[in-house]
Design a protein around this ligand. Sequence first.
Ligand code: FE2
Length: 184
Amino acid sequence: MQIIEILRQEHSLIRLVLTTMERLRPQRGKFSPEAGRQLESLLEFFWIYVDHCHCGKEENVLFLAMEKAGISRQAGPIGIGLAQHQMNRKILQFLQEVALNWKPDEPQSNLSLAAAMDDYILQLRAHLDREERVLFPLAEDQLGEPQDARLLQACHSLEQNLLSPRRRANLLEKLQRLNPEIHF
Ligand SMILES: [Fe+2]
């Protein structure tokens, strides 16, 4: 199904941005002085593109269609997917707070920022892997091709409502300064 293909492509993009964030992390010692501004762009991507748009498509389009096809929302892969989205948000919120309070000259503050970044990277990678291993195959198995066009349209509208062309271009420009391979 094309909708699953698009969600998988978004996962590849999210992995690329996670790797880009990982590169900001110093092996030891302090983050570079530009790290605060760079992290701000990455956090914008993780909120608007990942949490609002990508997870929004899963929660408000894909999971609803799967529910209508008879898969329980409470238990099983959908319930786990929803719980993980909630957990991802909490960890991202924490990373944002640590980044806002980051003091470039304080070793402990640098360690805290690196640890919060590591937590988010680890959590999100494991979550993407799980969706690809369990949730997407189940969706492809349960949802019929005839629904594909309608679901795609719903995802497209959701993204258009949440991410204006101007904001998208602006965010992309900031991220490409960190890694020119990023495209969306
Ligand atoms: Fe996903």
